[in-house]
Write a protein that binds this ligand. Structure first.
Ligand SMILES: CC(C)(COP(=O)(O)OP(=O)(O)OC[C@H]1O[C@@H](n2cnc3c(N)ncnc32)[C@H](O)[C@@H]1OP(=O)(O)O)[C@@H](O)C(=O)NCCC(=O)NCCS
Length: 263
């Protein structure tokens, strides 16, 4: 991105940006399919601008806001509630898992890489805030959004249907060994078929990348630090399967309780 005075740049948003953010939310959500993103109320947005619930970044050009994004950061006063996001260990859940939320780019400014820039800014902040896990929920049909997250190294770790449409849960960790998967054990999933995603997840796989034909490649989760033999893999996969069932329920329940968790 160039740095001349009026060219677009990324910056942390503050309370003075609140009116611009509310206007941008209205402009973006007016034409979106149900479930792509939920507008936050003014007081919810303010809690990111004043640091109560996290941080907000935007892309600005002169005095115009072109794009916004939020990162929810838990702390002792506002820990993550309910059961953990799929695959996030119980011990990390309340204080070490942050959420990518509400990225919105004005229609005229899309396709310029702003989503990816805002993603980088938030990941960098999450690392400095000592978060271990980054979570996001995306409507399955919102492929522009989730393919960007996959390309940045996030994995599809869960899917929920309770809102009336499929939402996939994407997860990554700053610990490169936290989500080990076996590149010798892959399945190819039709990107827009929620039931195929669900079946792969229930079978102990995570979605790791997009194939050239547009399918999502899933790899079986492997146990930390070793490549399991077939018999070990059976044991491991049963354990992971049980854990996935629990965590998938957790995703449903905790996100239902707290809509902030999802989008
Ligand atoms: C999803 C969204 C944030 C993406 O923002 P963006 O700044 O346009 O994204 P980027 O430019 O960083 O990346 C977009 C990628 O998707 C591609 N893309 C953009 N618009 C596309 C479209 N309509 N169809 C297909 N691909 C598209 C781009 O080409 C780019 O990929 P490439 O660089 O490999 O070519 C934006 O479309 C948006 O605001 N949508 C409405 C709100 C929303 O759904 N937010 C996400 C909630 S989870």
């Amino acid at each position: 991105m160039s740095t001349t005075a009026d060219s677009p740049f990324v910056r942390q948003l503050t309370v003075t940006d609140l009116p611009g953010m509310v206007a941008l939310q209205e402009a973006v959500t007016a034409k979106l399919p149900v479930g792509f993103v939920r507008s936050k109320t003014e007081s919810e947005v303010r809690a990111y601008l004043d640091g109560t619930h996290g941080i907000a970044y935007g892309i600005v050009e002169g005095s115009v806001l072109l794009a916004i994004s939020l990162l929810r950061i838990p702390d002792e006063n506002h820990p993550n509630a309910g059961l953990p996001f799929p695959l996030v260990p119980e011990k990390d859940w309340s204080l070490c898992a942050c959420f990518l939320e509400n990225t919105m780019v004005l229609p005229a400014a899309r396709g310029r890489g702003y989503h990816r820039i805002l993603l980088r800014a938030r990941l960098s902040y999450a690392a400095s805030a000592k978060m271990r896990w980054i979570c996001a929920g995306v409507h399955l049909q919102n492929s522009v959004s989730w393919t960007n997250l996959l390309a940045k190294g996030m994995a599809i770790a869960g899917i929920r249907f309770d809102l009336g449409y499929p939402i996939i849960g994407l997860l990554s960790s700053f610990d490169a060994l936290a989500l080990p998967s076996d590149s010798n054990n892959q399945v190819s999933i039709r990107a827009q078929d929620p039931w195929q995603h669900q079946a792969a997840l229930q079978d102990g796989y995570i979605g790791v990348r997009l194939a050239s034909d547009g399918a999502v490649i899933y790899q079986r989760l492997s146990s930390r630090g070793m490549r399991p033999t077939t018999s070990m893999r059976l044991k491991v996969s049963q354990r992971i399967l049980n854990r996935l069932h629990l965590r998938e329920r957790a995703l449903f329940i905790c996100q239902k309780r707290n809509e902030r968790n999802g989008l």
